[in-house]
Design a protein around this ligand. Structure first.
Ligand code: ARG
Length: 460
């Protein structure tokens, strides 16, 4: 029987079933780099404070670096008997450099060690995720600029509502992602705090120097309460919740593209590289990538529920339940990055079908709001303008005509307030150009927002 590092007070070994059940090495080996990085900083600090000898630290550090290479090369003998990444590495270190390897765990517990590993891991991933969001944000702004004049219906209730610029809608997506980015950056502040030194949860009797460890690992500060430090998983919860919101946005963007790529809408061509065929229907081109982004959103929501549920009933401080935090965290990282990568490439190959969008604008009385607004600008209370316009729409519908096709004399049958200048407002251009209020779809506004966005992106 292999002797476990904590086996001192045990007379019998762990049951095989229990061992397999409780081991996390299959998934937490993903943290090997962070584990080693943290241990190197810890050993450096222990030597610096005279807690271990400098030459002991040197040996430990050299051994850890060799272990890192072994793992990288796929030559490390991971073993379930040693539960997790921490014990696997520690055991190997002792194997390699002898008993002095055991000194690495001076003034440390796995409870603060795992918190450190996950914070190191997550802060790196958050930076990568924000970079991907930034790339997509830039693409959206580019696309807006490229399609600046294209018009499309604004839909509410999936019914054609008012004419807008496609660029305005693309910039709406930019706004969503900008908020996501800000949320990740804010979350990073709370991830990026150094936990080591909390020990098992009460602190340590050794004269450690936590600030030095923070400096070595490039953390701006250290955690302030040892109990909270080993109990806290808010930083993961926040990360997943931020990711859930991002995924909800990616899902809506995908849903829009799915709809727009149907023959019914036919507003976009997603490109051969990002669509797939049907094994039975030769004519089909399916928007699978967009659908999968939409589908994978569910995983991240699931991860959110998982982690909240793991934490909700836990007494202070560390409990083994918390080992279950890793898989939802890893899965969220993998899912979010994969979706962002595919979306970002998809945006490179997407083509907007301007003519079809325009065609959709020429049916459905899309400028009816503009007719009502016209009347109200001439003094009619909006409720009445709405009613009069409703009657005109119904009249045009019966005649099979669009509003723009009606003669001014026909408009005047419904209200004497109508004059020739009406046509300046109820054409598509006129309607769009008159929505000049801040944040509206008038081209001048959109151009301004694109300029602003470019400045924002340049400052990121
Ligand atoms: N594998 C453990 C986890 O992921 C590390 C901390 C274990 N601490 C302990 N005292 N068993 O949470």
């Amino acid at each position: 029987m292999i002797k476990k590092p904590w086996a001192g007070r045990f007379k019998k070994g762990t049951h095989k079933v229990a061992e397999k059940f409780s081991a996390s090495i299959d998934f937490d080996q993903r943290l090997y780099k962070e584990d080693i990085e943290g241990s190197i900083a810890h050993a450096t600090m222990l030597a610096n404070e005279g807690i271990i000898l400098k030459k002991e630290a040197d040996k430990i550090i050299k051994g850890l670096k060799q272990i890192e290479n072994e793992i990288k090369a796929g030559k490390f003998p991971f073993s379930v008997e040693f539960e997790d990444i921490h014990l696997n590495i520690e055991k190997r270190l002792i194997e390699k450099i002898g008993d002095v390897g055991g000194k690495i765990h001076t003034a440390r517990s796995r409870n603060d060690q795992i918190a450190l590993d996950m914070r190191l891991y997550l802060r790196k991933e958050i930076v990568e995720i924000t970079t991907l969001i930034e790339i997509i944000s830039g693409r959206l702004v580019e696309l807006s600029e490229k399609n600046i004049d294209a018009m499309i219906p604004l839909y509410t209730h999936v019914q054609r509502g008012q004419p807008i610029l496609l660029s305005h809608q693309l910039m709406a997506l930019y706004e969503m992602l900008k908020r996501d980015r800000a949320r990740y950056i804010d979350c990073l502040k709370r991830v990026n705090v150094m936990p080591l030194g909390a020990g098992a949860g009460a602190g340590t009797t050794f004269p450690i120097n936590r600030k030095l460890v923070a400096k070595l690992l490039d953390f701006p500060g250290v955690t302030d309460n040892s109990i909270d430090t080993v109990s806290d998983r808010d930083f993961i919860i926040e990360f997943i919740s931020t990711s859930a919101t991002l995924m909800m946005h990616l899902s809506r963007i995908s849903e829009e593209f799915v709809l727009w790529s149907t023959k019914e809408f036919d507003f976009v061509d997603l490109g051969d590289e990002f669509t797939t065929g049907s094994s039975i229907m030769p004519q089909k081109r399916n928007p699978d990538m967009a659908e999968l982004i939409r589908g994978k959103t569910g995983r991240v929501y699931g991860n959110q529920v998982t982690i909240l549920t793991i934490m909700k009933g836990l007494p202070f401080s560390y409990n083994r339940d918390m080992q279950e935090d890793k898989e939802p965290m890893f899965d969220t990282v993998d899912t979010v990055k994969a979706c962002l990568e595919v979306l970002s490439e998809m945006l490179n190959s997407i083509k907007f079908k301007h003519d079809n969008m325009k065609k959709a604008l020429n049916e459905g009385f899309i400028t009816a709001t503009d007719v009502a607004d016209y009347l109200s600008r001439k003094g009619l209370p909006f409720r009445q303008s709405h009613e009069v316009t409703g009657n005109i729409v119904s009249y045009a519908e019966e005649k099979g005509l669009e509003l723009m096709d009606l003669d001014i004399s026909e408009f005047r049958k419904f209200s004497k307030l109508f004059e020739e200048d009406l046509y300046n407002f109820i054409t598509l251009d006129g309607s769009i150009e008159s929505r000049k209020s801040h944040g509206g779809t008038a081209k001048k506004n959109v151009v301004k927002m694109i300029k602003l966005a470019k400045k924002e992106i340049a400052s990121w």
